[in-house]
Design a protein around this ligand. Structure first.
Ligand code: ADP
Length: 905
């Protein structure tokens, strides 16, 4: 009993002073106690059941109660509670009686000082008794436990002879104790395990006094099992071994489970999926090979102990995973981080591991690297997108329909082709989109498709379908029946294309072919095609009709055709035709061909070689009968030769006439002048008037004859130029002097303006003078009185430009080029008024042409004209013209005239 404990004491006493004394004695001995006083039986029972005393101190005699009754009640209640009788007078018999009845002790009141000791003693005894009782109980229960134990408990002597065999041994080994007692323990081992028994079981036990081993054991039925053995040596009082005791249980299941666990461990360790275990703080406690390899580590220790967050790309992912795990198991995909910092996508299946009572003790994750899957998904997505894009954007309509002809899909192209939106089209029936005839046609193709092998290609055909407005549209369809793995048709898929344009084009082509055929039929031209690849000839009817052949009679080959040619032409033409065909160049020949009747006709054969889009090579050409035009040409040639001959004779005549014409005219002019000058005596006014008329007309005639003769010389190439170096300004001045008379007569002011840098030129000075003279003379002729004439000379580059400008009547635009032709005068009335023969400008033009020069005119009616001519400063050969404006018929290409008005001189 511990001192600190309060001892509950039930007092049975009727004398207060005795009670007080007893309490004091107990207290003074240091026992801390709590008293309960009972004077009657009721009080006592109450005390027993409610106060639950640990010790009872009772008087022997009380007025209403007595100590023996109390003892009886106390023993009934609990025989272990010490019961001390405290009495004033007690004899030996009463004391013996009380002790026999079960009292623990008795004390006389006069020796009350002993009470505390008696209490302590009683309590000690009680304790000793309790312990003893417990030991007995324990032993009893131990032996019961040993007997009832599920484990076998077997003891043997040192020789191994079995001396005890409990129920557990009976259950495990199958033998009853009768069957084993006295037998050697080797009974429990397989014959093969005798060494094991000796070496691994007994010897270590004898050596150490203790042995623990797992070994194979044998049951009565011959079945082997794995047993776990704990063995001790049993020793006698002085420590000598006297026997052995063994404690065995069947661990076959555990071993199997363990093996299974080991296999599972190995499977986990060598699995393809990464497996990790994570503690509740989020740190890795295990990672299989696949897991740490996947994360880029070379061994397990590199990852163990590290936080999950270290292996994910974003810190948030790590937090999220751990938070989710607190709530539930889950599956998720995220980006994991390798040791080298690279990222890769993983799929995580995370779960929670609980202990036997359901507390979460760890998290487990299974990791799969889904890089390839992701890539494949992405590739699939891209290709799906691409195909979708393709399907959505193709011009062809892509569709599918169920076997009952209801459309289940269409891309947007259906809108372009038939005017329906895909959503309107899907769900509609094919029957509603075509007339009966076309529907039946399509059904025939469906029928053919059903009979085709599933692997065969689709069927291409053309039908007409109705658009949303009910109009017929020609459609080309490529359709295919789709079969399932059992060969049952499940749907029809295909593409449709609007072929309106193609049909129209085909129609147009047919029409154009027909047109061509008709044109060729009515054409006057023969037409031929030579297929160079096949060496086949085609001639249209006109080709052979012109040669007098009937249909079928005409040879359709180049050889036969060649044979009809005139032998001279054939020699020349056939090789050249073949060469042009080879070079792909056009050819044109005039050839003689024999008609069926043996006459020769002239034929113009033209052709060209073409590389057709189809890859073929054709030479195509025409044959035209030119016999008639050939004849005309020949006649014309003969006429020209005759005309040229006549012209030559004329020129010759004129040249010869030169002398004959001029001599009498010179006499007329000369003698008339002599008479006017009074060389043969004074003439009267009338005589002078007629003489002057004679003289003037003589001059006019001479000028005309000169012009005509010059022209005919030019025509017969009889004029040669005499080049000399001269000053053009001086020549111009002399011309102006010679025309001074006429100018004065009409009161016309003449002037000249020249460039400073004008130097000499090399030309035919007479022709140069003639040119200037003619122009100035014309200017004076066609300028009314009081007019102005200005001559301007410029030298530029290597040519001299001279202009003669007047304020005369001008020249209409339509006449500006014409006036340079022979005998042209602007109108008849002018001729009469101004005189002349229309040959002056022709000569001017011709002289300039011979100098490689040219002339042009700028003019405005009633305002004036400006004749501008240019000639090279040095003579140049005709073929080496340096002019920027090439000479055409001696006329300069006229400058664009913004104002046709000639500038005022
Ligand atoms: P003609 O001997 O008639 O002058 P030309 O050949 O010299 O022959 O001239 C041809 C025609 O050109 C003239 O008849 C005239 O109508 C016209 N002509 C020539 N020069 C001028 C000019 N300066 N002003 C107006 N008309 C002119």
């Amino acid at each position: 009993m511990a001192d600190s404990q309060v001892l509950r004491i039930l007092f049975v006493e009727d004398v207060p002073e005795d009670l007080e004394l007893a309490k004091r004695k107990i207290k003074s001995s240091g026992i801390d106690f709590e008293p309960f006083l009972a004077e009657t039986e009721d009080d006592f029972l109450k005390g027993l059941y409610e106060f639950k005393p640990e010790i009872i101190v009772s008087d022997y005699m009380l007025p209403e109660f007595d100590g023996m009754r109390a003892l009886e009640l106390a023993l009934t209640y609990n025989s272990n509670i010490p019961f001390i009788i405290l009495t004033g007078s007690m004899n030996e018999e009463i004391a013996v009686e009380a002790m026999k009845a079960g009292a623990t002790d008795y004390i006389l009141k006069e020796r009350i000082s002993r009470l505390p000791f008696a209490i302590k003693e009683a309590l000690d005894v009680k304790e000793a008794l309790a312990e003893k009782k417990k030991a007995i109980d324990d032993l009893e229960s131990m032996s019961e436990i040993v007997q009832q134990s599920p484990f076998s408990v077997i003891s043997t002597n040192l020789e191994g002879t079995i001396t005890s065999w409990n129920k557990g041994a009976e259950r495990i080994f199958g033998y009853t104790n009768k069957e084993t007692l006295g037998n050697n323990v080797s009974l429990l081992y397989h014959a093969d395990d005798t060494d094991v028994l000796q070496n691994d079981v007994i010897e270590p036990l004898l050596a150490k006094g203790y042995n623990q081993i797992q070994t194979r054991l044998l049951r009565k039925g011959g079945e082997l099992f794995i047993g776990s053995l704990s063995l001790w040596l049993v020793k006698d009082g002085v420590g000598n071994p006297v026997g052995m005791v063994g404690y065995t249980y069947d661990i076959t299941k555990e071993v199997e489970a363990e093996n299974e666990l080991r296999i599972k461990d190995q499977a986990i360790e060598s699995g393809i999926d990464g497996i990790v275990l994570v503690d509740l703080n989020g740190n890795l406690t295990y990672a299989n090979r696949a897991a740490y390899k996947m994360l880029g580590y070379t061994n397990k220790d590199e990852v163990i102990g590290k936080s999950v967050k270290k292996f994910v790309v974003s810190e948030e992912d790590g937090e999220w995973i751990l938070n989710e795990l607190k709530e539930h198991a889950f599956k998720s995909e995220f980006n994991a981080l390798r040791k080298d910092g690279s990222e890769f996508p993983v799929r995580l299946s995370a779960s929670r591991i609980r202990d036997s009572v359901g507390n979460i003790i760890s998290y487990m994750g299974s990791l799969v690297d889904i890089t390839e899957k992701k890539e494949a998904e992405e590739a699939l997505e891209t290709s799906e997108k691409m195909y979708r894009l393709l399907a959505e954007n193709t011009l062809d309509c892509i569709w599918s329909m169920s076997m009952d002809l209801v459309f289940t899909y269409s891309n947007y192209a259906i809108h372009d082709i038939l005017g329906y939106l895909p959503e309107e089209w899907v769900g509609s029936n094919l029957r509603n989109h075509c007339d009966e005839e076309n529907f039946m046609k399509m059904m025939e193709y469906v029928h053919i498709g059903m009979q085709n092998a599933p692997s065969s290609e689709g069927i291409l055909f053309q039908v007409e379908m109705l658009n949303k407005e009910g109009n017929s549209v020609p459609i080309e369809i490529m359709g295919k029946i789709i079969f399932d793995e059992n060969g049952t048709p499940v749907s029809i898929q295909g593409t449709s294309r609007d072929i309106t344009k193609r049909v129209e084009a085909e129609k147009a082509l047919k029409e154009s072919e027909e047109r061509l055929e008709l044109a060729l039929m009515v054409s006057e031209h023969g037409f031929w095609v030579w297929d160079l690849d096949q060496d086949e000839f085609y001639f249209n009817p006109k080709s052979y009709i012109m040669l007098g052949y009937e249909d079928d009679e005409f040879p359709m080959s180049i050889d036969a055709w060649g044979k009809l040619m005139h032998p001279d032409d054939r020699k020349l033409v056939i090789p050249e035709i073949i060469e042009s065909v080879d070079n792909g160049k056009p050819f044109s020949f005039e050839i003689r061909m024999a008609t069926k009747s043996g006459d020769w006709i002239w034929v113009l054969a033209k052709g060209n070689t073409f590389n057709l889009k189809s890859g073929k090579h054709w030479a195509i050409g025409t044959l035209v009968d030119i016999t008639e035009s050939k004849k005309t040409e020949e006649q014309m040639l003969l006429a020209r030769i005759a005309a040229e001959e006549a012209n030559r004779c004329k020129n010759e005549l004129l040249a010869n006439m030169n002398h004959e014409l001029r001599t009498p005219l010179n006499s007329i002019i000369g003698f008339s002048e002599v008479l006017i000058d009074g060389g043969l005596g004074q003439v009267n006014d009338e005589q002078e008037k007629y003489l002057r008329l004679m003289n003037n007309e003589g001059h006019r005639l001479l000028s005309l004859i000169n012009h005509v003769l010059d022209l005919s010389k030019i025509e017969s190439d009889g004029i040669t130029l005499n080049f000399s170096k001269f000053d053009p300004v001086l020549v111009a001045e002399s011309v102006m002097e010679s025309t001074e008379m006429l100018a004065k007569k009409k009161n016309i002011r003449t002037s000249m303006s020249t460039d400073r840098n004008i130097g000499t030129i090399t030309a035919d000075v007479d022709k140069f003078r003639e040119i200037l003279y003619n122009l100035i003379e014309n200017a004076l002729k066609f300028t009314p009185e009081e007019g102005n004439i200005i001559v301007v000379m410029n030298m530029r580059d290597e040519e001299i430009e001279v202009s003669v400008q007047d304020t005369g009547i001008g020249i209409a635009e339509k006449d500006r080029e014409r006036i340079f032709d022979a005998f042209v005068q602007v109108d008849g009335s002018n001729t009469r008024r101004y005189g002349g023969a229309g040959l002056g400008l022709v000569l001017v033009r011709e002289y300039l042409k011979m100098h490689n020069g040219c002339i042009r005119v700028e003019s405005e009616l009633d305002k004036g004209s400006k004749f501008i001519f240019k000639i090279p400063v040095y003579p140049i050969r005709k073929e080496k013209s340096v002019y920027k404006n090439p000479v055409r018929r001696g006329i300069c290409r006229s400058k664009p005239q913004r104002h046709s008005q000639a500038p005022k001189p």
